[in-house]
Design a protein around this ligand. Structure first.
Ligand code: SF4
Ligand code: SF4
Length: 295
């Protein structure tokens, strides 16, 4: 079977309606038509819309950091002296390693005269495979302050592909992280289409340009959806003009709607309760399918 195609929904920053669009597409696509992949590992929120029942839960391990065995430690303080990352401090009469500052360079382990330090891989998050009434979902949670979000995104994408292959599913719908950082590059890397959700504000246009810079760099085809387009129709026209000049498909314009806001407050997708918005979303999905050459 061919590798499943990847559709990723992103935005230049949080709060632009990215999950509103992803959630609506999840609802519109058939249960066995896609694997849902929530790659916003720092602030996953798809589970709020789809109430997943966890079927599998696994630890996600990050880099190795130094750990002191106090049965062997002789309190010489050499580890603190050699650490160039200021990760070792004397607290409550004990040398202690701050896991958030430790770079894992192993210098202290090699320097410790009592061989009291070892390197241990840290559990920095969890990933899950869950069932929802709209299909299988792969999602994850990174511990607050933990690094490695890009690697965790790569992991949830990899698990989504395995699940798709097992179940003969040909599409992975990825709710991407906001912004343009490392997790976003992991989310879009290898995607067949990135749909960028933007708002007609000055910063929205700026964020759109920045995120297009990233998709362009990774040679991922892009398309645009304007959310709350009637909030500032002039700016929306500017975005339309910009999209035309750059030859980037504009898939649709979603109006500012109290129905949408109400649905989101109740953890529902607009497709569940806003007929006007549902038909706009259906139109957007039709265009996505055409661009991705899927049935
Ligand atoms: S270098 Fe080793 S023995 Fe010395 S304080 Fe650090 S852990 Fe303890
Ligand atoms: S592994 Fe490196 S960074 Fe971590 S505590 Fe030891 S010397 Fe410092």
């Amino acid at each position: 079977m061919k590798r499943a195609k990847e559709l990723v929904i992103i935005s230049g920053k949080g709060g632009t309606g990215k999950t509103t669009l992803s959630g609506s597409l999840v609802r519109l696509l058939g249960k066995n038509e896609k694997v849902i992949c929530d790659s916003d590992v720092d602030a996953a929120d798809m589970f709020l819309l789809f109430e997943p029942e966890t079927e599998r839960e696994e630890d996600f391990r990050g880099k190795s950091i130094a750990v002191i065995n106090y049965d062997k430690c002789v309190d010489c303080g050499i580890c603190q002296k050699v650490c160039r990352f200021d990760a070792v401090a004397l607290e409550d009469g004990k040398y202690q390693i701050n896991p958030y500052s430790c770079d894992g360079c192993t210098y202290c382990m090699l320097a410790c005269p009592a061989k009291a330090i070892s390197m241990e891989q840290q559990v920095v998050g969890k990933w899950f495979i869950s069932n929802t009434d709209s299909g299988s979902m792969v999602h994850a949670r990174l511990k607050p302050g933990a690094e490695n979000s890009g690697n965790l995104v790569t992991m949830v994408k990899h698990q989504s592909h395995l699940l798709a292959e097992e179940n003969g599913i040909s599409l992975i719908l990825i709710d991407g992280p906001p912004g343009i950082g490392c997790p976003v590059t992991s989310a879009i890397s290898g995607a067949n289409l990135a749909v960028i959700v933007t708002e007609p504000t000055f910063s929205g246009i700026h964020d759109l340009e920045r995120v297009l810079g990233v998709t362009g760099h990774f040679q991922v085809s892009s398309a645009i959806v304007i959310n709350k387009y009637d909030m500032n129709e002039k700016n929306s026209r500017d975005i339309e003009r910009f999209a035309k000049e750059k030859d980037i498909p504009l898939l649709g314009k979603i109006p500012l709607s109290t129905c949408v806001m109400d649905a989101i407050t109740r953890n529902k997708t607009p497709v569940d309760s806003c007929p006007d918005i549902k038909s706009i979303m259906e139109d957007i999905l039709g265009k996505i399918k055409k661009l991705m050459d899927i049935q």
